[in-house]
Design a protein. Structure first.
Length: 157
């Protein structure tokens, strides 16, 4: 962590909206916290560019996406257990993503994903997850998280 914080830092402003924002107004009522319309906020996130870390790690030129695993998880009734949240980030977006260690000039608090959180400044389609646990590269396209999520959504829809 000290090595990461000693690297050059980039700061980006990102507005986040909780997936449950407006849940109070759903009929029939949805499970979970009955948020009104206040679950939106903007913060300044500071950290190291993901693209710099990938370059230093020697990520192959054939990589098409980065798979990010967070500390958050969700219970899947069909499996009878919780699974960690994973997100797929196209490699083209890595240059606008940071591995954030600070929020609004302070160390990242636990409620916002301490000690590290991946934040993407240029993409409104990337659902962030709290607490960065793992970052993997994918060159094959066969196990893309985005494709798995699309298949799950198709089965549910």
């Amino acid at each position: 962590m000290q090595d990461l914080c000693a690297r050059p830092t980039t700061t980006i402003a990102v507005t986040l909206e909780c997936a449950g924002n407006g849940r109070r107004f759903l009929e029939p009522p949805a499970p979970g916290q009955p948020w009104g319309l206040g679950a939106v906020a903007t913060a300044e996130w500071s950290g190291v560019l993901l693209s710099d870390l990938l370059d230093d790690a020697g990520v192959d030129s054939g990589v098409i996406e980065i798979l990010v695993t967070g500390a958050d998880s969700g219970f899947v009734p069909e499996l009878g257990r919780a699974i960690p949240f994973e997100r797929s980030l196209p490699i083209a977006d890595a240059g606008s993503a940071i591995v954030a260690h600070s929020m609004n000039g302070q160390p990242l608090p636990p409620d916002h994903g301490a000690p590290l959180r991946l934040m993407v400044g240029s993409s409104t389609r990337f659902a962030v997850t709290r607490g960065l646990v793992a970052v993997r590269s994918n060159a094959s396209g066969q196990e893309r998280v985005g494709r798995r999520q699309q298949r799950c959504a198709a089965r549910q829809g």
